[in-house]
Design a protein around this ligand. Structure first.
Ligand code: SF4
Ligand code: SF4
Length: 434
């Protein structure tokens, strides 16, 4: 019953790729972990949600625990949020939910790292949290589980080169330009936007792009900032420099969080492989378990090279050739003896990325949305796209299904504003009624 409602309400992982929550809750585990680490610099929406909606979020966690049969609930949150930790301990204890204070490092929110830090269980290479009896879920996802209504809004932080960073609750399908304007940022003054985070985000293609169920932040940058320029580096130049400048110092590997929990990820080998045409060699295969956290490229490498991209390219090639590392699923994986000593403090990362000048806050603000149009993609989640169930000219209300859940993996999508359907394609455009 709960699973069917989650599918119909379009609840997906709000902090990552958008995996349908109903599917995730099908597997029995003994521990549910709320991932409140939010370790990407400048993002604040999870903390803001906990400050404003703690009780329903804990309700959502209890529902999830009951569904998967978990006796233990853990909230993983950075130890610096002392006020929240105290409140969560008080509110969580009667519900069988404990708090685990995480260090202030990146990437504490990578689910493999969160599971290890909170339970000391190592997910096998290529495995899932369920393989070690855990379910990891995002704060906003749990709020959506508890609210039991169609997901039509998305919380996200707007930060970076802006006067007042804020967290807003935006209609899904609103354009970046409309959302920035509503948050007091003139879109024409912003040269670049990193969507979702400065470490694992994507560089936006323009202000016409829209908010989806997985958009966690819009980080604004001026033309001259180093970060967007790093993201803009084209592949041939990137690989050519990598081939000639990588001195195989291995800092990228020694700092890699997945390598440190015992996975055979060795980005320095992926860099070595740039100069060769090696298929099926050990220097390529370890890339399979890279989570693309970007720590190697944006922090560890003293030459400012791109080992993360080398790993990402290897992963694509491996998928195409159906190659697998022999350690896939290996259960006796143990962390490196230096694991706990090589955490990268967020303060150091912020400094290295040139973000120190930006305000590192994002209070939740109310916005009275007055949009002319929204464009709602039918695919905002892992799985098949939703199937359009409205026609051009049809009037719709907020929360009305406009795409039904497909057969197989996938969820429904809903109107996020009142209006009429202006077009139906891969996205459904809804315009304000005259
Ligand atoms: S990519 Fe950078 S950190 Fe990695 S081995 Fe080469 S020079 Fe060293
Ligand atoms: S991006 Fe780099 S640091 Fe992160 S998991 Fe991959 S290889 Fe390791």
């Amino acid at each position: 019953m709960l699973l069917e409602r989650l599918r119909e309400n379009g609840v997906v992982g709000a902090g990552g790729a958008g995996f349908p929550t109903y599917k995730k809750l099908e597997r029995a585990v003994d521990t549910v972990i709320m991932n409140a680490a939010e370790c990407e610099p400048l993002l604040h929406k999870d903390k803001e949600l906990l400050r404003h909606f703690m009780s329903p979020i804990l309700d959502g966690m209890q529902l999830a625990m009951r569904q998967v049969g978990a006796r233990r609930g853990i909230i993983g949150i950075k130890n610096k949020y002392k006020d929240l930790i105290h409140e969560l301990e008080v509110a969580g204890a009667p519900r069988g939910i404990e708090v685990h204070a995480l260090g202030d490092f990146y990437p504490a929110g990578d689910e493999f790292i969160t599971v290890y830090e909170t339970t000391k269980r190592v997910i096998p290479p290529g495995g899932l949290p369920g393989d070690v009896g855990c379910l990891v879920t995002n704060v906003e996802t749990l709020l959506n589980v508890a609210l039991d209504r169609p997901v039509t809004r998305k919380y996200l932080t707007i930060a970076g080169d802006v006067r007042e960073p804020v967290t807003v609750c935006a209609p899904i399908g609103a354009s970046f330009g409309d959302v920035l304007r509503a948050a007091g940022v003139a879109p024409e003054s912003v040269a670049h936007v990193l969507v979702g985070g400065v470490m694992m985000g994507k560089l936006s293609h323009g202000m016409h792009e829209v908010i989806t169920r997985t958009t966690g932040g819009l980080l604004c940058f001026p033309e001259e900032h180093i970060l967007p320029r790093r993201y803009l580096a084209d592949r041939p130049a990137r690989d050519k420099i990598g081939r000639s400048a990588c001195d195989q110092c291995s800092f990228c590997t020694e700092m890699c969080p997945r390598y440190l929990i015992g996975h055979p990820v060795e980005p320095h080998l992926a860099m070595r492989g740039l100069g060769f045409n090696l298929v099926g060699e050990s220097m390529i295969l370890g890339s399979q378990f890279c989570c693309e956290c970007n720590l190697c490229s944006l922090y560890a490498c003293p030459e400012d090279l791109f080992p993360k991209d080398a790993c990402a390219d290897n992963k694509v090639m491996m998928r195409a050739k159906k190659l697998q590392h022999p350690d896939t699923g290996r259960k006796d994986t143990r962390p490196h003896s230096m694991q706990e000593y090589r955490h990268v403090p967020l303060t150091s990362l912020i400094k290295k990325l040139g973000l120190s000048a930006y305000k590192n806050v994002g209070p939740l603000v109310e916005i009275a949305w007055d949009l002319d149009e929204v464009r709602i993609p039918l695919k905002q989640h892992v799985g098949a796209p939703a199937i359009a169930c409205v026609q051009v000219g049809q009037r719709v209300e907020v929360g009305q299904p406009i795409g039904r859940a497909p057969d197989g993996l996938g969820v429904a999508v809903h109107a996020s504003m009142r209006g009429h359907v202006a077009s139906v394609g891969d996205e459904i455009v809804i315009r304000r009624n005259d």
